[in-house]
Design a protein around this ligand. Structure first.
Ligand code: 9MR
Length: 596
């Protein structure tokens, strides 16, 4: 590979390049989705790969100006690779040594040219900001004003000032039909309900982003109503959902309801016009422990903002302690919607988030409570739970969030807990090092997609969470190659994948236009609400919609019918927020952009 023209290139060189080096057919090239790449672009000094799919005769590829006139770099395509999880064949175009800032396309003769991408020092900043802003658009009980929401401005959704205690949640103090108020929060996903279990993992991930990069977030502006106050925007956004979560705790016993919901899903209409009754449904151990973890973490974070929010940190800690006690008294209360519906009316058919194992919730809640309070009763539970394994975070598996928190504060922990943190570190590095193995043989050169299991309902969040685990591995070791590998998954999510889609609405050249997202369907605006990560390829295809492709890495349909591949959800956006922002926060330290 050789660089044909640099900043210092003379006019003569340009003439030679344009008229002698380029094959003439190049000028007739058209844009093609067969060249997949991060559609936002690359930092000047980060690794850069595009992937050509399908049969290719060309030997070389070119990086040219967007008008295709100037060739700035010529490279050789890599060998043909057959993908493990679809019939896709690929060749990789690596151009990491091309570092000049600007807008370009990748040209492959006989195939066409890629979408326009940038090389520069802020390429992921739009992804970082817009995915946080995505949560603003999910806010439930307030109008979204035009100055913040642009053309997606809308009136308030569900007020949730009148919410009934469902029969499954009735107690002596709050019998069936008691009215409580549970306003605010974020809509969970494409539907209009609010679920504590899924809020738990989402908030834990967002709070972790803040706790890992507090300096970076201090100045990040997402243009929300609270942007001008003294609190980082990411915390203001999380606070909107936290205040709702606090309403979901029964003050009489500390237990936490699983969800605030309609009995059945609303139609594909705007939120403000739906009037179905809302219920809080049965308390559960997973919901209560997730709540304890989030409020313990919030107590720690908002302690720094006592002046702005007097009493908030204390209220959160009290809520966390009461929730913990309820869980101790009800250590395995499963949310089983089928069983609930056999004995209660009305039947509830909205999302279940019915977790059956609680080891991971115990570990996470105990870890957050221990780091916040340093009380030994919590570290004892963390140690007990270490006998179980750990996996990537998901709504049903939150133990890793406890590991992240222990490790973040390891140096401030007592000696015994530091030993536990060392074991956690070992496990994380084991997983991280496993990820590195398969990248070389992966058809898209990503960490994502090394196992068929990566492609499930919301699989895009696996890509993001794998990236985040690699960021943690970097934080634990200082080894930059972990960030390079995390970046392969950011590239995956923003376009370098077998579907050719940039999976965040409103970003890149080819992104989802028809997500399963009620406001995006109901608002009459062509572009969907921006900043939302769709679920991604899912060969389960549980929605039974029409899929053009059905293999693990291609089973994605950009149609609003497809809730199994094209819905959006707060627990999928959260790791995307983490990944995009972590990379932006670390870009100078790891040398992706030059220190100015
Ligand atoms: O993300 C959830 C996925 O892991 C489950 O397999 C699926 C079926 O139970 O539900 C998904 O969560 C949905 C929730 O139940 C309701 N709101 C939309 C969520 C995303 O599709």
């Amino acid at each position: 590979m050789k660089v044909l023209s640099q900043r210092s290139a003379s006019a003569l060189q340009c003439v030679l390049i344009c008229f002698l080096v380029l094959p003439t057919q190049l000028f007739s090239q058209t844009v093609t989705s067969r060249i997949s790449l991060n559609q936002l672009g690359f930092y000047n000094f980060s690794p850069k790969t595009a992937v050509v799919t399908g049969p290719v005769n060309a030997v070389n590829f070119y990086i040219t100006s967007t008008n295709l006139r100037d060739t700035l770099y010529t490279g050789t395509l890599g060998p043909e690779v057959k993908s493990a999880y679809s019939n896709t064949i690929t060749k990789q175009a690596v151009f990491s040594t091309f570092t000049r800032s600007g807008s370009y396309v990748v040209v492959v003769p006989g195939v066409g040219h890629s979408y326009v991408f940038e090389i520069g020092n802020g390429v992921n900043s739009l992804a970082a900001i817009s995915t946080i802003k995505g949560y603003y658009y999910q806010r439930v009980s307030m109008p979204l004003e035009e100055k913040f929401a642009g053309k997606w401005h809308r009136s308030a959704g569900h007020p949730d000032a009148v919410v009934y205690i469902h029969a499954s949640a009735a107690t002596k103090e709050r019998p069936e039909g008691t009215i409580i108020s549970s306003p605010g929060g974020w809509y969970d996903a494409g539907d209009y309900n609010k679920y504590i279990v899924n809020s738990g993992v989402s908030m834990g991930t967002i709070f972790s982003a803040y706790e890992d990069f507090p300096e970076y977030f201090k100045t990040l502006n997402t243009n929300i109503p609270e942007s001008n106050d003294a609190i980082p925007d990411i915390l203001n956004e999380a606070l909107y959902n936290l205040r709702w979560m606090l309403t979901m705790q029964d003050p009489n016993d500390g237990g936490v309801y699983n969800k605030c919901t309609n009995a059945a899903f609303d139609g594909m209409v705007m939120p403000g016009i739906t009037k179905a009754p809302r219920y809080v449904v049965q308390k559960g151990t997973a919901a209560t422990l997730d709540f304890a973890a989030v409020t313990a973490q919030a107590a720690r974070i908002f302690k720094q903002y006592k002046r702005q929010f007097p009493g908030l940190a204390d209220s959160c800690l009290l809520a966390a302690t009461k929730a913990w006690q309820w869980a101790v008294d009800h250590p395995a209360m499963e949310y089983n919607q089928g069983a609930i519906n056999q004995v209660n009316k009305p039947e509830i058919s909205t999302g279940g988030y019915g977790d059956r194992t609680f080891n991971d919730e115990w570990l996470w809640a105990a870890a957050e409570l221990f780091v916040t309070t340093k009380e030994a009763r919590y570290s004892t539970v963390v140690n007990e739970q270490m006998k179980h394994g750990v996996g990537l975070p998901s709504w049903a598996n939150v133990g890793m969030l406890g590991y992240y928190t222990y490790l973040r504060f390891a140096t401030q922990l007592p000696a015994a807990a530091r030993d536990t943190a060392l074991r956690m570190k070992e496990r994380i590095l084991n997983i991280a090092n496993g990820y590195l193995q398969g990248v070389k043989t992966n058809a898209f050169a990503t960490v994502m997609g090394q196992s068929a299991r990566d492609f499930n309902w919301g699989g895009n969040s696996n890509a993001a969470n794998q990236g985040n685990l690699l960021i943690k591995a970097y934080q634990l070791t200082g080894e930059k190659h972990y960030v390079d590998h995390a970046l392969t998954n950011l590239d995956y999510l923003l376009g370098r994948n077998a579907t050719g889609y940039c999976f965040v609405t409103g970003l890149g050249s080819k992104s989802p236009m028809h997500p399963h997202h009620r406001p995006s369907v109901g608002d009459g605006i062509i572009e969907p609400v921006p900043g939302l990560l769709v679920g991604g390829p899912n060969p389960g295809m549980q929605d039974k919609c029409q899929y053009e492709f059905t293999e693990p890495e291609t089973a994605y349909a950009d149609i609003d019918c497809s809730y199994a591949s094209n819905e959006i959800a707060i627990n999928w956006n959260a790791p995307m927020v983490y990944l995009a922002n972590a990379v932006e926060a670390l870009k100078t330290k790891v040398g992706y952009v030059s220190k100015q």
